[in-house]
Design a protein around this ligand. Structure first.
Ligand SMILES: Nc1ncnc2c1ncn2[C@@H]1O[C@H](COP(=O)(O)OP(=O)(O)OP(=O)(O)O)[C@@H](O)[C@H]1O
Ligand SMILES: [Mg+2]
Length: 175
């Protein structure tokens, strides 16, 4: 384990299939902090919608993002890693409103690579159109947002190492 001086609260973001659920727990283990799966914060109404195959609206997303932000806020000063695709700037603004110190690790990769990985995922089927819409919706981190972009080529261990190195280059979180 490699502890940073003041532990970061990290949101692992990126399009579907980019590796948030794979890398998030590995990164948390390296940082020695807990991991939370963003999908687990959906209110029951969202789960019902998703189960019925109805796309979520932004209005549906606010309470979900507030719940993730609440968890992140509770980890301030202690450190934590949570996954959330956080594709839009407005979603990240909402997370920061709840947890001002969060830093984003944006997992980035080519559409070809991610599509290939998704095609091997067991028990999941993602239509090509859904991946298209994910890339169309994605608003990458802007210069004023605390965070790093991490390329997802290579093994999960390599990506985690890349993320650790990128985080080390960031200033420590302000308490
Ligand atoms: N570095 C990697 N090398 C090979 N396969 C990987 C790698 N990272 C993730 N995968 C595989 O790619 C698929 C998608 O990864 P994962 O489920 O972690 O993505 P995700 O961002 O959490 O997706 P979602 O947004 O749908 O929750 C999984 O089958 C996973 O095992
Ligand atoms: Mg996931």
């Amino acid at each position: 384990m490699q502890q940073l001086h003041t532990p970061h609260v990290v949101v692992v973001m990126g399009v579907a299939g980019t590796g948030k659920t794979t890398i998030g727990p590995l990164l948390a283990a390296r940082l020695g902090v807990p991991y939370a799966e963003g999908d687990d914060f959906h209110p029951a109404a969202n789960i019902a919608k998703m189960t019925a195959g109805t796309p979520l609206t932004d209005e549906d997303r606010w309470p979900w993002l507030d719940a993730i932000g609440g968890w992140a806020h509770g980890r301030a000063g202690l450190g934590g890693v949570v996954s959330s695709s956080a594709l839009k700037r407005s979603y990240r603004d909402r997370l920061r409103a709840a947890a001002p110190g969060v830093v984003f690790v944006h997992l980035t990769g080519s559409r070809e690579l991610i599509e290939d990985r998704m095609s091997h995922r067991q028990g999941h089927f993602m239509p090509t159109a859904l991946l298209d819409s994910q890339f169309a919706t994605l608003q990458p981190l802007e210069p004023d947002e605390a965070g790093v972009a991490v390329d997802v080529a290579g093994s999960p261990e390599e990506i985690t190492e890349r993320a650790m190195n990128a985080l080390k280059a960031l200033p420590e979180p302000v308490q």
